[in-house]
Write a protein that binds this ligand. Structure first.
Ligand code: ADP
Length: 637
């Protein structure tokens, strides 16, 4: 019997499969089962209009048969089958759908080839990743004879006439011998195949059946010494349906309650707590898909360091095509878990293609909107729960605002919460709507804690006018504010470094004049503090405090602290440009002036140092030598 040659492009793919060192070979089963399921779909569809089919919906099934002795896995379906011509056409060439994309993606690079295999649904040929011989025995519905297609690899295939009792297809895969690196025999184990069916094909619409052995207790008929029945165990083989078939997300809201969804979430993601938000989507239109998504109710401490983070699993008609589809949503929603199932997605999907896939993009945008909507609802309806969510995952949203040069800031800003006191957090919308008419800016202060930020001397003046401040507690918070720039036309104003806009022109002029008058003294203060500060000036901003530390330029004290603790050596040397502001109406400045006028430079320098150290303390900056500071204070008395 003459061997027929594969077409050139198929041969290339086949070569790849045969020689594949790709680790995820297990997907072959998913591919073969999906084909079986499609073939059943076709015959089932035909049976709607054709009484001759003679099968009811319940009669369709896929059998997986393991034969350790023969070293084969058979996937059998009673679907539409293939004629000899169809077998040749369909199995002799790469499936139309993915072939062009595959070829253009592939280029000539070997490493990429491997990567692509893993992400592609490479269809029937994937059988060759684990098999050295593949036989397909198939009979087309309506035909009397069957066809045996056989190939032992790249050198071609044969087709012969054969028999099969009824329509359908057997794909018989003879496993490769085990090697040092690859244990193909594991695919002959029931537990392994069961787990693969569960993992990839759990929601295939048709029952996937397999013989499963289990041990069963039976009454031996004999009696124990105490007269009780004597039992023993025997191994029984039962044909079981392995897959659960109907995916919960495919069912309508009236059939599946929110509680059912919560239960599904806890089971699938091994979670202890209910999720804090649930999104169910049944979209039809431009792209049809169903989605069931969850925002977790708790963080898992190991989450950030784990590599196998759960996310959104992508299905196409119940067949899993990507376990963790990262590109579906932006990173800021990476904590969202769940499933998206769309019949419009082709099985032939690769990570590279994914980014350009228009349908996925549309789905991604839609689900992001829905997730956001659900979070906003939670924010309004259950604030404590939302605050808990924000405590756990707010950092992702904040990072999202800053990423991509603020591209996503408008989408995310209303999800953010800001502290306005230790136990009160507001959205920017709420903050702005609480603003009195006279308030022109959104005032903020940053420190390591809210309490500390509240105690910054520069905040006093703002609060005394009846304005609220938001208190930021990290460099990321500061970056968020700098990226947002404004909200509803109100600019953010850092009370430590920026002009609060309270002083009239006259008041400003008066302070300027006092600065000019005291120039020599201020120069002296700067000199005695050396590198500690870049400038010293009198300020009209300080109500009761003698002094305060502020900065000029883009780097604030909080950012400096952040860089100091960072891993980057170069960054650690980044310093804020410090300015010591002195309150000219405070007794300490008066004492400084007196000492200076009396020519007591030593005393004046001492007071200057105290003013600077007090400012540092207030700003939460570490003081290097607390002992000498204490002594300086004690010496005053
Ligand atoms: P795809 O499924 O993406 O089309 P495959 O390489 O997996 O690509 O399969 C090629 C074709 O072979 C299928 O489209 C189908 O026509 C045919 N085929 C494969 N398996 C079966 C089967 N079990 N029953 C009937 N036809 C099949």
């Amino acid at each position: 019997m003459a061997k027929k040659q594969f077409k050139a492009e198929s041969k290339r793919l086949l070569d790849l499969m045969i020689n594949s060192i790709y680790t995820n070979k297990e997907i072959f089963l998913r591919e073969i089962i999906s084909n079986a399921s499609d073939a059943i779909d076709k015959l089932c569809y035909q049976s709607l209009t054709d009484d001759q089919v003679g099968l009811n919906r319940d009669d369709f099934r896929i059998d997986v048969i393991l034969d350790k002795e023969a070293r084969t896995i058979t996937v059998r379906d009673n679907g539409i089958g293939m004629t000899q011509q169809e077998a040749e056409n369909n199995l002799g060439v790469i499936a139309r759908s993915g072939s062009y994309a595959f070829k253009s993606e592939l280029g000539e690079k070997k490493d990429e080839e491997l990567n692509i295999i893993g992400q592609f649904g490479v269809g029937f040929y994937s059988a060759f990743m684990v098999s050295d011989e593949v036989t397909v025995l198939t009979r087309r519905y309506g035909e009397e004879t069957a066809t045996r297609w056989y190939s032992a690899g790249a050198d071609g295939y044969t087709v012969t006439e054969d028999t099969r009792p009824s329509a359908g297809t057997d794909v018989i895969m003879h496993l490769k011998p085990d090697t040092e690196d690859e244990d193909y025999s594991t695919y002959l184990e029931t537990w392994k195949i069961r787990s693969l069916i569960k993992k990839y094909s759990d929601y295939v619409r048709w029952p996937i059946c397999m013989d499963v052995e289990r041990s069963e207790r039976f009454d031996t008929g004999e009696k124990n010494e105490d007269g009780s029945a004597k039992y023993d165990y025997k191994t029984v083989t039962e044909n079981e349906t392995i897959n659960s078939m109907i995916p919960i997300w495919q069912r309508s809201k009236s059939e599946v309650s929110d509680e059912d969804c919560m239960k599904f979430y806890k089971e699938k993601f091994h979670a202890q707590k209910d999720p804090c938000a649930l999104v169910r989507i049944n979209a039809e239109g431009q792209v049809s898909y169903k989605a069931m998504l969850f925002v977790p109710g708790e963080t898992d401490e190991m989450y950030l360091i784990r590599e196998d983070r759960e996310g959104i699993t992508l299905y196409s008609n119940g067949v899993m095509i990507m376990e963790k589809c990262e590109k579906l949503t932006h990173d800021y929603f990476e904590f969202v878990k769940g499933v998206v199932d769309s019949p419009d997605l082709s099985l032939n999907i690769s990570r590279e293609i994914l980014q350009h896939d228009r349908q996925l993009k549309i789905i991604g945008q839609n689900i992001e909107k829905r997730i956001k909507g659900e979070l906003e609802k939670l924010q309004k309806e259950d604030r404590p729960k939302y605050e808990e969510f924000f405590k756990n995952f707010g950092i992702h949203l904040k990072a999202g605002v800053c990423e991509e040069y603020g591209m996503q800031k408008d989408f995310l800003r209303d999800l953010l919460l800001f502290y306005t006191s230790e136990d009160r957090q507001l959205t920017l919308k709420e903050y702005v709507s609480n603003m009195p008419e006279s308030q022109k800016a959104i005032y903020y202060a940053t420190a390591d804690t809210v309490k500390h930020a509240m105690s910054l001397p520069q905040c006093e003046e703002v609060r005394s006018r009846g304005y609220e401040l938001i208190y930021l507690t990290s460099a990321l918070d500061e970056m968020v504010v700098q990226t947002l720039m404004d909200y509803e036309g109100k600019k953010f104003c850092n009370v430590v470094t920026e002009d609060l806009g309270f002083e009239t022109e006259e008041e400003k002029k008066a302070v300027e004049e006092r600065n000019t008058e005291s120039k020599d003294l201020l120069d002296f203060v700067k000199e005695s503090l050396g590198e500690e500060v870049a400038k010293v000036r009198l300020s009209g901003k300080l109500a009761t405090q003698p002094s305060a530390l502020t900065t000029e330029g883009g780097i604030t004290l909080e950012m400096e602290k952040y860089f100091q603790h960072g891993p980057n050596q170069e960054m650690r040397s980044i310093k804020a440009t410090r300015v010591l502001e002195v309150n000219p109406d405070n007794a300490m400045f008066k004492a400084l002036q007196t000492a200076w006028n009396d020519g007591d430079k030593e005393k004046a320098a001492g007071i200057a140092k105290i003013l600077n150290t007090l400012a540092k303390l207030m700003a939460g900056v570490e003081i290097e030598d607390p002992a000498s500071f204490t002594k300086q204070i004690a010496d005053l008395f």
